[in-house]
Write a protein that binds this ligand. Structure first.
Ligand code: SF4
Ligand code: SF4
Length: 234
């Protein structure tokens, strides 16, 4: 899932301060699960902002609501009226939702209430860890299912580096060395010979280094006939 964290209240207050009518829009997907931008967090932010405004003597209308998925235009369309009726939208989704609203209504001001951080998994209550950088060419079949791109500080394809110490990473001793973890996993699977396999240099053009990426699935696209049908329904 995409893991995000709410921006500090003062930063949010500064972004929306010049505007009278603020639409605060959350999302019921990843950011709700990581406790950053779901129903509860939107309500909490609205209350916190009202208190702050009272203290600072500022008049502002704050309307908070939550969409099923803010990165899908169909869901955003359902609240179009509220968006168009506001002076500014404070998006409480990951930046994909924020940019979806911004792209749909380019004349509106849409600002992020969250800092979008990682592709991660919840390890325990209140703790998420990064497991993938979306490189576009997955190689974890050769690394025991552990991603060295995301989990090694140097994204080494062949490790460990000389700094690995007692299973910890030299860059941050609180963090497990990814290549130590890979070694242990391969040992468990009786596949230690993979530690000696030399992974060739990676083709990074499938990663963000090759510029903005677009995924196309021709088989999932609408035919011209289906598109016309959709236009008629709309
Ligand atoms: S190898 Fe690439 S796609 Fe696979 S988990 Fe790592 S970053 Fe993600
Ligand atoms: S110590 Fe391990 S995780 Fe840290 S940079 Fe070296 S190989 Fe990567």
């Amino acid at each position: 899932m995409i893991v995000a964290k709410r921006k500090p209240l003062d930063e949010i207050a500064e972004m929306i301060a010049p505007y009278e009518k603020v639409a605060i829009i959350g999302c019921r997907s990843c950011v709700a699960i990581c406790l950053a931008g779901g129903e509860k967090e939107v309500k909490m932010l609205v209350s916190a902002m009202k208190l702050k405004n009272r203290k600072d003597g500022r008049e502002q209308s704050l309307d908070g609501f939550v969409l099923e998925r803010q990165c899908e235009k169909e869901w955003v369309k359902e609240v179009e009226e509220k968006i168009l009726d506001s002076d500014i939208v404070l998006s409480m989704s990951c930046s994909l939702g924020t940019q979806t609203i911004g792209d749909m209504y380019p004349h509106r001001i849409v600002v992020p209430g969250l800092n979008t951080a990682i592709f991660g998994v919840p390890e325990e209550q209140g703790l998420w860890s990064e497991k993938c950088l979306g490189c576009g060419d997955c190689i974890i079949d050769t690394t025991g299912g552990i991603c060295p791109i995301a989990r090694c500080a140097k994204s080494m394809l062949n490790g460990p580096c000389g700094g690995s110490s007692d299973g910890h990473c030299e860059v941050n001793l609180d963090i497990e060395c990814a290549w130590y973890a890979i070694h242990e996993r391969l040992k468990l699977q009786n596949r230690l010979e993979l530690m000696e396999y030399v992974r060739p240099p990676k083709n990074w053009s499938t990663s963000h280094s090759g510029g903005r990426r677009i995924i196309v699935r021709e088989d999932a696209k609408l035919t011209p006939h289906q598109k016309r049908g959709q236009e008629v329904l709309e």
